[in-house]
Design a protein around this ligand. Structure first.
Ligand SMILES: Cc1ncc(COP(=O)(O)O)c(C=O)c1O
Length: 383
């Protein structure tokens, strides 16, 4: 055999794919690990969602290949959801494409709009997949700094000083992971203006809009945004369906058509049971989100106590599924994470996996039950 493709050398296995094996090994050895690392909701989906899946699975006619654009009822439900919660009009005919989780959308969008050598703006800190997908496709990542002093928003002055001539696409993600910075309509407006000025496709990755947020926001709330922006959305966190793999990409019909061209050559649609379950999830009313946020709100307060015990600094004015906490100066985040893992059996995520700006920070997940957070706080008493 003549060896691996070059792209295998330019990326590393996803951090969690590696680290969770190590965590699992410790668990197998009997270590009582409390996992505050990963943002995978531990709560179940609404019962109507599970019923829709089971009902469909029992129907002998539901097991064939499905429509490449998702069934019209699913697209209609996404469209109704966007109207109800974001007050945004999207045509279910040609402005919505369901995805097998929004993570795959990052690849499809990149493949649709970018050629080898094109430049792409990526937030630092930010979701690592923007960077790894870009590297796999031979794009040049241009990292833009997000800093606490700027509320973790892009520094537009700094951006204007970049050489933007080859930049075709900019990833943004508000509410922001890992920092929890809120989405804000003024910010979205500035981003849309910036993208229009420089003729850059703006992609807002929006999986956290409901978590600890009463007024979910979409980039399309900015007038004219559809001309220059697309948005990814996901049921992973809003409907506790991370393992089910359902999301969507939304945008103008021309953009969605082009993404469909790519995606339809990669997979062959989504199981009908999952589509029907997603319809049930998208039709849940406000009470669903309120009850989730009540749970997350209590957990967050406990995690603040946990972070205080560790002398970490954090902001309480955040949204989303994580607490982004600063370590005392000079401490390396990987060393810190391993110390906590091996001495206290508590796993948290090192900030540097999200980029250079994340060095010196750790991320704590709200996907941990109150009892476990309380147990973690107790363990620290013997620190
Ligand atoms: C910022 C961000 N984008 C996208 C995703 C992927 O979500 P999905 O489960 O829809 O693929 C995640 C998941 O953790 C995320 O944090």
């Amino acid at each position: 055999m003549k060896g691996f493709a070059e792209r295998v050398n330019v990326i590393e296995e996803y951090y969690f794919s590696q680290k969770l094996k190590e965590v699992k090994k410790l668990q197998m050895e009997g270590k009582p690990i409390i996992n505050m690392g990963i943002g995978s909701p531990d709560l179940p989906p609404h019962p109507s969602v599970v019923e829709a899946l089971c009902d469909t699975a029992r129907d002998s006619n539901s097991h064939g290949y499905q429509n490449y654009q998702g069934i019209p009822e699913l697209r209609k439900s996404f469209s109704d959801f966007y109207l109800k919660y974001y007050h945004v009009h999207l045509s279910h005919l040609d402005e919505i494409l369901p995805l097998i989780g929004s993570k795959e959308g990052i690849l499809h969008v990149s493949m649709t709009f970018m050629d080898e050598g094109d430049h792409v703006l990526i937030p630092d800190p930010g979701y690592p997949t923007y960077s790894s997908v870009s590297k796999m496709l031979g794009l040049k990542p241009i990292y833009y700094r997000l800093r606490k002093e700027n509320n973790w928003y892009p520094d537009f002055e700094e951006l204007e000083n970049f050489d933007l001539s080859k930049v075709k696409l900019m990833w943004v993600n508000y509410p922001h992971m890992p920092t929890g910075a809120k989405a804000d309509l003024d910010l979205f407006e500035r981003l849309v203006n910036f993208a229009k000025k420089h003729d850059i496709l703006l992609v807002n990755d929006n999986p956290y809009s409901f978590i600890l947020e009463d007024t979910p926001k979409s980039i399309f709330q900015v007038e004219g945004a559809k001309e220059i922006a697309i948005e990814l959305n996901s049921l992973s966190k809003t409907a506790n369906m991370a393992g089910w793999r359902v999301g969507c990409v939304t945008g103008n019909s021309e953009n969605i058509k082009a993404i469909t061209k790519v995606k339809s050559n990669v997979d062959s649609g989504m199981f009908l049971g999952i589509q029907n379950a997603a319809i049930a999830a998208l039709n849940l009313d406000r009470d669903w989100y309120n009850s989730l946020n009540q749970v997350y709100g209590l957990r967050r307060e406990l995690l603040w106590k946990f972070a205080e015990k560790l002398n970490l600094e954090f902001s309480i004015d955040t949204v989303g599924m994580f607490i982004w906490a600063k370590l005392p100066n000079g401490i390396n985040c990987r060393d810190y994470v391993d110390k906590l893992l091996y001495e206290k059996n508590i796993f948290v995520t090192p900030g540097d996996i999200f980029g250079k700006q994340g060095e010196g920070w750790v991320r704590l997940s709200l996907c941990v039950k109150n009892e476990e957070i309380e147990a973690a706080i107790k363990r620290l008493e013997f620190l």
